[in-house]
Each structure stands twice: as C-alpha cells, then as structure tokens.
Design a protein around this ligand. Structure first.
Ligand code: 5RP
Length: 253
C-alpha cells in the first residue's frame, strides 16, 4: 500500500495508518489491533440494535462476524428470537457456529434490519462494498430491509469514494464488459484467487472485476451506468439507500 493512495479524510481518521493498508485496485490489507477492536465495537453495537422477533439481513466480512458473535450470545443469554438471511457462504457457516437460525428471502421478502460492513463510506452515507465479493447478495438484502445498519472501523470514513469498484459479472460477458468499462474511463482488473490460479468465482458462480475510476464524483450515476452494461449483475457502489442507512463507527478503546 502506498499512503498517497488514501484520500485526505482517511489519512486524518485512520487510527493506525501504517497498518490499515488499502491498495486501490487489489484490496490488499492487514489490520492493526486497534482496527480489529474498532470493528468489534461497531459489530457489537449493530447487534445490540436487533430486537426480539426481528427478521434480519446478515452481511459478510470481519465486522459482520463480530456482530454475529454478539447475536449468538444474545440468543443464548436473552433467549432472543430472530432469523437471519445470509449474504454469503461464509455467513451461513458462521451462523451455524453461533446458533443463529437462518431463513430466505422467499420466506421473508421484507426484512426488519440488515447488518453489514463497508469498504468506504462518504458523508452522504454512500459507500463502496464488495471486498469479500458478496456485494450482489448484500445489495439485494439491504434493499429488502427497512433499515440498513453499516458497521465500520474509522478507516472506512472518507470524503470521496475512490477505491476500485467491485463488479460481479457473468463470465460469458467478460470481454465485452471490460471493453465498456474502459470506454467509461475505468481501469478494470479481474479479481484473481489467492490460493487458486485464475479468477475467483463468487458464491453465485460469477467473476468479479475491480474497476478503478479515481475519485467518484457522482456515485449514484456511476452505480446506474455500470449496472446498465449487459452482463453486469451488480456493482459495489451503494448510493441510493442513504435514507434508511445508519452508520456505526467503531471505537478502538
Ligand atoms: C463483503 C463486503 C464487506 O462488508 C466489506 O468488505 C467490509 O468488510 P470488513 O468488515 O471485513 O472490513 O462488502 O463483500
């Protein structure tokens, strides 16, 4: 990571800049203890917003896992009755571990609240998600929820969204989508596996492209424009659900 890649607000707010390492296109990062503590705090506070009887969306990622751990505790100690719609295979596996009952959007097409993390959030509560390649289901679940609770560590707060946008695409359309993204001024890079050669395959059986656009001046417009390309299933810009979004920024103490 190059600290010059971080925008000004991120520079000012990140508790441990040297260790909270965001690479613009590749999402390489490592976390300091204080970032982990901030994620834990945000996740716990999000889980504490859940009320008995709620049907909730369960996002994906390290912050959501802290929320799920807390929900598991509350199910045991408070006899909290809830059901969750998971957004990834990771979330399904952890739900089993923490004893969180699961359901589907078929059975529950409207959710009371969805808990998720994010990779960057601007002051308008617009965000970029998808480091974990779960943004397609995450957006469906957030959209189905009355409230969208986004739990983040302070590193994620920025003035302007400027990291690469994750885009889930049908593998068949790879070439034509890449061409269109270049025409839009983007720099698309296929997301490759770490312990796998070649492209990662999402939980939905698709490819993910990370496409840098530098500073995103109009997130809602770019979100719609990318989604208009045939073969794009969805992208990681969440720009239009701001009214029902609550952002919880974790404390690291
Ligand atoms: C997964 C996501 C995650 O919610 C996002 O990457 C934040 O993850 P973390 O809480 O681990 O920082 O969008 O697709």
């Amino acid at each position: 990571m190059n600290a010059r890649n971080l925008n000004k607000k991120h520079n000012n707010h990140c508790p441990d800049l040297a260790k909270c390492l965001y690479a613009k296109a590749t999402y390489k990062f490592e976390m300091s203890d204080s970032v982990v503590e901030a994620k834990r705090d945000a996740g716990i506070r999000a889980a504490n917003m859940v009320r008995d009887g709620m049907i909730i969306g369960l996002g994906t990622g390290s912050t959501v896992l802290f929320a799920m751990e807390r929900l598991g505790e509350r199910i045991k100690t408070e006899k909290l009755m809830i059901c969750g719609v998971p957004t990834s295979n990771q979330t399904i596996m952890r739900a089993e571990e923490y004893g969180i009952p699961l359901t589907t959007l078929t059975l529950h097409p409207e959710l009371d609240l969805a808990i998720d993390g994010a990779d960057q959030v601007n002051p308008k509560k617009q965000m970029i998600k998808g480091r974990g390649a779960a943004h397609l289901r995450e957006k469906i679940v957030a959209n189905a929820s009355k409230q969208f609770v986004v739990a983040i560590d302070p590193c994620k707060e920025v003035m302007d969204l400027d990291i690469a946008v994750p885009i889930e695409i049908l593998p068949f359309a790879y070439g034509s989508v890449v061409k269109k993204l270049r025409e839009l001024g983007g720099k698309p890079i296929i997301r490759n596996g770490i312990k796998k050669d070649g492209p990662i395959i999402s939980d939905n059986g698709n490819y993910v492209i990370d496409c840098a656009f530098n500073v995103i001046v109009n997130p809602a417009s770019l979100e719609a424009t990318i989604n208009n390309i045939p073969g794009v299933l969805d992208n990681g810009i969440f720009a239009t659900m701001t009214e029902k979004t609550i952002v919880i920024i974790g404390d690291r103490t």
